[in-house]
Design a protein around this ligand. Structure first.
Ligand code: AMP
Length: 221
């Protein structure tokens, strides 16, 4: 069995990071930890966290750092995660979250933060056409719909547009990315932990580029 990996994937909304994170999690046989998916599960179960998160998420704003990192911290303690690693998707989104993550992992460190770089015009088109299975999270688009319209190929769940995939919410989220998340590019760069990967192109090509970047970073220097 391969050796596992500890990876953060950064990218704007619509950069394709969700899909690539699922593929990476299969490739390296490590859990995919998506803070957005964890929050959406809380919303659909009507938990206390879900009730708090719903309106913030629908508007496209970020939740408080400590709430997110308490949730992530619990997940990192699970045995398969501490033993084999993780693909962290949607977190950290602020420098404070990155600092907390670093201290939660210590003495272990990340292998790499991968930035999936996609131009904003492309991202806007991808988000407007994005459709998601409300049960298993499989991502479709109006250009690549499920075989039976509105029904997930994988689990039969309802395939819908995300509530926060409106133009207004997307603009708020892109602004949040520039203000809060983009500074992480330098933060990880200064630590020698950043790989920028061109996220434009067919999914398989992007996946190959990401794996090449990870393997290059793991070569002994
Ligand atoms: P995502 O599925 O990653 O696009 O996340 C959906 C929404 O969940 C975001 O727009 C935020 O409202 C919230 N969220 C997810 N991850 C985080 C995070 N690390 N920090 C703050 N808010 C988050």
């Amino acid at each position: 069995m391969n050796q596992g990996v500890r990876l953060v994937v950064l990218g704007k909304q619509g950069s394709g990071k969700g899909t690539q994170c699922v593929r990476l999690s299969h490739h390296y046989a490590v859990p995919h930890i998506s803070t957005g998916d964890m929050l959406r599960a809380n919303v659909s179960q009507g938990t206390e966290l879900g009730l708090l998160a719903k309106s913030i998420m629908d508007a496209g704003n970020l939740l408080p750092d400590t709430i997110i990192m308490d949730m992530v911290g619990e997940r990192l303690k699970e045995r398969n995660v501490s033993a084999r690693g993780f693909i962290l998707d949607g977190c950290p989104r602020t420098i404070f979250q990155a600092e907390l993550l670093e201290s939660m992992l210590a003495p272990k460190v990340l292998d790499l933060a991968v930035l999936l770089d996609v131009p904003t015009e492309l991202v806007l088109d991808r988000i407007a056409s994005r459709r998601v299975c409300s049960d298993c999270g499989t991502i479709y688009s109006t250009h690549k719909p499920p075989v039976v319209p509105g029904i997930c190929n994988t689990c039969g769940g309802a395939v819908l547009q995300r509530k926060d995939d409106t133009v207004e919410s997307v603009q708020v989220r892109l602004a949040a990315f520039e203000a809060e998340t983009a500074p992480l590019i330098d933060w990880y760069g200064e630590r020698g932990l950043l790989a920028t990967v061109n996220g434009d192109g067919p999914e398989d090509d992007v996946m190959e580029r990401i794996i090449a970047a990870i393997e290059a970073a793991r070569q002994p220097q």
